[in-house]
Write a protein that binds this ligand. Structure first.
Ligand code: GRF
Length: 197
């Protein structure tokens, strides 16, 4: 069994994860990248790192379900057990979730539940809060709402800019995310649905 990373953009987390996995000689390897953006830089990183990938353009499918069914066929072909979202700019739908509940994780650049969604870094900066950070969580049907696994704070200083804050957050992401996924594949973290009061 192995791991697939889903990414839509630059792929710096994808690269950090692959490099960490190789250094640590994970017994569950990262064997696949799924990308939904033909021009994403992550595709070049996959070439350089020699990780097989599928670029699947959702616009070529009649529905989200049809797109996700195609993704599922690739996941099954590669015997994927875990899905690691790393800047995948799309909500996971029920077609994939039904097959992989408790097996999908995401990283988000804020301390959830503060600042969910696409512009977390900008929103924290402009709010302005003094502390933001990084969250790793299981994925459910919501936008950044699944059970939280790990969080790390990042302080926002007066002299910070959006770009310096982004750099600090990414540094934490590259260190934290591979460690969490490592624990996950070793069975050290259990999935529990979020308690809803
Ligand atoms: C990261 O900041 C992650 O938290 C968010 O998307 C960004 C992806 O960056 N979900 P990269 O493509 O890994 O560089």
């Amino acid at each position: 069994m192995s791991i697939a990373v889903f990414a839509s953009g630059s792929g710096s987390n994808f690269q950090a994860m692959v490099e960490y996995a190789r250094r640590q000689q994970w017994s569950t390897p990262i064997s696949l990248l799924i990308c939904d953006q033909p021009k994403a830089k992550v595709l070049q990183r996959a070439e350089r790192l020699d990780i097989p990938y599928h670029m699947i353009d959702p616009r070529r499918f009649a529905s989200k379900r049809a797109y996700e069914e195609k993704v599922l066929t690739y996941l099954e072909q590669s015997r994927i057990e875990w899905i690691v979202l790393a800047g995948y700019m799309r909500l996971i739908g029920s077609t994939i979730l039904n097959k992989y509940e408790g097996k999908i994780v995401n990283i988000h650049p804020s301390l959830l539940p503060a600042f969910p969604g696409l512009h977390a870094i900008e929103q924290a900066f402009h709010y302005p809060v003094k502390v933001s950070g990084v969250t790793v969580h299981f994925v459910d049907e919501g936008m950044d709402t699944g059970p939280i696994i790990a969080q790390e704070a990042v302080t926002i200083e007066d002299q910070d800019t959006i770009e310096s804050l982004r750099a600090k957050i990414q540094q934490v992401e590259h260190r934290l995310y591979p460690k969490v996924v490592d624990q996950l594949i070793q069975g050290k973290i259990q999935y529990r649905r979020r308690r809803v009061e």
